[in-house]
Design a protein. Sequence first.
Lengths: 239, 228
Amino acid sequence: MVYEKRLDGRKFDELRPIEARAGIIKRADGSGYFRIGKSSAYAAVYGPRELYPRFLQNPTKGVLRCHYNMMPFSSVGGRVRPGGSRRSKEISMVTNKALLSVMELDDFTNAVIDVFIELDQTDAGTRCAGISAASIALADAGIVMKDLVSAVAIGVVDNSVVADLNYDEEAYDKGDVADIPFAVIPSTGKISLLQMDGIITKEQLNEAMELAQKKCGEINRIQRAALKDKFKAGENHAE
Amino acid sequence: MAKLLVKERQVVVPGEELAEGMEYLPGFGAYRMDDHVRAKRLGIVNISGRAIKIIPLSGRYNPKTDDAIIGKVIDITLNGWRIDTNSAYTSLLSLKDGTTEYVQKGADLTRYYKIGDYVAVTIVNVTSQKLIDVSAKGPGLGKLSEGRIVRVNASKVPRIIGKGGSMISLIKEATNCRIMVGQNGIIWISGEPKKESIAAQAIGLIEEKAHLSGLTDEISRFLKEKVK
């Protein structure tokens, strides 16, 4: 069996429809929204602000703290247990590391920048949606960063390399599936997140990495447009 | 060969290419990577000669020496008051900088500033570890009684003050209020209650439209309409 047509009819390298916005949470210092297909993520940034408990403070540079959470009603399958889990803790950690590589925190000694990522609806690719939303939120909060991090999952379903798997593809049972979430820093092409699930050949991995670069470029353009859109409103009044 | 990729006053986002080639230099909020000058924060482009800098559109207040700010007393210590600066760091107002009066040993410091009071201060010193000393000595500084406090984003403060204070004096004249704008985005307004409210509305309007041009005219129209 070969995977010839994708379950939802997309092309092999086609992303699901994306919607991105900036500045949607009023009381946060910065916020972003990123939806890809049926996975949607809200990110809110607070800070730089004082960090307590005090032993977490770093006197030489600021601390970035990410918090990933799937809301209890968000899953396509069963109900998600509210609160943290082994999985959410891991994703919070990899999100943190994916974002940290673009940030300049030297000026925020002893302080913290908090990023809260909440997913209200999930259909695979949530850590990628979360990272993309968090990048928008951090930029919106006016935090110094070298680039916006863009993330997407590339996978292999029954020997075909596909972009942005949904849950049905991840759970495909008529052949091997590999799922690799990528986070890319578009200006340098460096990869700041790469995790892998499943079985893949070397050639396919290379192919997947190339596709990830291309697709993250696309996502980056959407993120930039979202941030600029925030300042479009009322521009007609300008003289 | 050197090519400018953005226009003056354009909104740019982190990572965006501003210029190509070695001709242009990265200023505040920009950095060079290989061949390109790129933005490192969200803001508006300002080109002066060969330097490209970014005027931030958002972000919390970052304390700087000599800034006049409005802070809130949050704690009283043995030798002064702890003042919230609306940034990631709190500051210390020491006894000798807090008041010109002689303070007897063991005196009740709430006589001068209580917890919750707003104080206009200047930043005397900021260390690399962001320990901040402030002083309430100077013209216009000290405790702010009466009036009201309005909070705006600190990056909008230059726009609220305007070139040479033009915008803020426009509001002061129209509403007949005393206004003090702290660099940290806390603004104190004192006057007739109704006019205080108009001044606050005008400031809100500036904050909302800070990235647009032609703002002074719009505000002067707004004030004329409201104050009859």
